[in-house]
Every structure is written in structure tokens, then in C-alpha cells.
Design a protein around this ligand. Sequence first.
Ligand code: 13P
Ligand code: SF4
Length: 314
Amino acid sequence: IAEGTDLKAEIRRMCEEKNAVIMAHYYTQGEIQNIADFIGDSLALARKAAETDARIIVMCGVHFMAETCKILSPEKLVLVPDLNAGCSLADSCKAADLKKYKDEHPGYKVVSYVNTTAAVKALTDVVVTSGNARQIVDTFPKDEKIIFGPDYNLGSYINSVTGRNMLLWNGGCHVHERFSVSEIMRLKENHPSAKILAHPECKGPVLAVADVVGSTAVLLKYAVESSDNEFIVATEAGILHEMTRKCPDKRFIPVPPEISEGWASCSCNECEYMKMNTLEKIYNTLKYEWPSVDVDKDIAEDAVKPIKKMLELS
Ligand code: 13P
Ligand code: SF4
């Protein structure tokens, strides 16, 4: 990239020239959210991918989000700034392992969180996000036998609010699992009137002390509409960018995770995969129209059904 290049201006110019849109998740860096055509949670990004008539989608998020985009819009070129931007949660469920588990549990429906590979979605009856999981699980008869995966904490939370007993996959997100009740309570001592907002990927005890549990979009909406002025936020810290932009007069306090040896020097409430997206990489991705994300045709054919079912049901 030539010295002095105005990256933001060039990115926007290439978007016009190439009929491209930039979609970004709330966890990406603020400067990326600022230049994006659309920002949202996983559900909103999936919806938008199904609707847009652009030729190119640049998905600034993680790999499964780009796969979902490609599955919903196979005719489009889906680009990602960095192919290494994966997801520890998606990695915690391999398709071969899920297939084996399904075979061991005949008669069970499979409900999969959107944070999964296309191959796992292809083995799934209906996909959910943290924004619609409860609503979609509620559409099944009360006695339906369900395998829910891969996020154990989300599954356990949905079991508790729906009174179900779904079989849970033992997967998790390395960022959300670090948040602890003791750190939240330490912040609460200094901010007694603050409302606690938590993403359902956090562990059960954290969710038990939260005032609101929901997807990034749900937490954001609550903060915008609430008459409260202070919020303790237990999710990836990138969401604070949009919370602060939408509510400049409110105070958002990120939860630092429980610091243990080895974590002391890292930004432990950040997802390093989301942070792999940079303006420089977006510039190059648009310029060279590379790297793109493709999904095997047979897998995509099976994976599109549970994703479309989710979009219909929510
Ligand atoms: P949302 O669907 O709430 O945006 O969450 C996505 C995610 O990766 C959470 O870690
Ligand atoms: Fe995956 Fe966790 Fe990063 Fe979300 S925060 S993309 S679940 S690793």
C-alpha cells in the first residue's frame, strides 16, 4: 500500500466502483465499524447477506459468518480480510464428532448455534443465534428430544428459561468463559446502580447475576432504550464502540476477565479473531478480490435449509 494512501477513502471508492458492501460485526475495531455499510449481530448479518444485491460482500467478522453469507448468497463473491479469523466456539464442534453423536442418539433433533462450520450446519435441523435461540427452541413440542450445540453455556441458559432438558454439546467461547462473577461484583461495588449486561456465552454464575442476557444486538437495544445511565458489559469489548456512539451520555464499563497468570498482559475481553480484521487488509481484499470464502456445493445444499428455517422462524 503506497505511503499516504487514504485507506478509508480508497475502501469506499472501491466499494462504489466494484459494487461491494462491507458488513462488520460489533466486535470488530471501531474504525472498521465506522466505514462499514452495515454493522450488526450474527442474526442481522445473516439477514443482510440474504437481502443485499451487491456483487461483492466483504465480511468483517469471523469465518463462519462469511460461510453463512456464501451459503445464503452463493452467486456473490464473499471476501474476508483474513482467512485465519476463526472462532474457538465453532472449532469446539467438529462435523465428524457431531455425526457420531447424532448416530448414538437416534430420534433427536439437532439445534446448532450459528457459530459453527458449514459442515456442522449441514447436520443440523435448525440454526439459532443468541438473539433468537429461545424463540426457536420454543417452536418445538415440549417433549421433543433435542441435541443443542456447541455452546454449553447458551444451551444451559436456554434449558433453564424454557424448562427443557436438551442434550448439550460441551463447547465454549474462550473470550466469554473468562468473565467472572468476582470481577463483575468488584465493578458493581464502585458502580452500585449500574445494570449488568451479559452475553449468553458467559458461564452460568455470570448470567445469574446479570440484569439482561442477550445477543450483542439485544444488549445494545436495551442500553439505548433504558432509562439507566451506567452499564457493566460482560461481552467482547468491541460492542462498547456502538454503545458509546449510540448513547454518548451513558457510561459503559467493560468487564475485565479474571486475570490469571499468563493473561496479565493481554486484552482478555477481546476476541483476537475479530481483531484480525484491519483497514489495510480490507483495502487489499477489495483491491485483489481475494481471499474469498467458498463452501462445498453438497454441504451448502444441506446447510442452507436450517439457516433458512431460522430466518423464517425468527
Ligand atoms: P452475537 O450473535 O450476539 O453477535 O454473537 C456472536 C458472537 O460471536 C458472540 O461471541
Ligand atoms: Fe467466536 Fe468467541 Fe470470538 Fe465470538 S467472541 S467470534 S464466539 S471466539
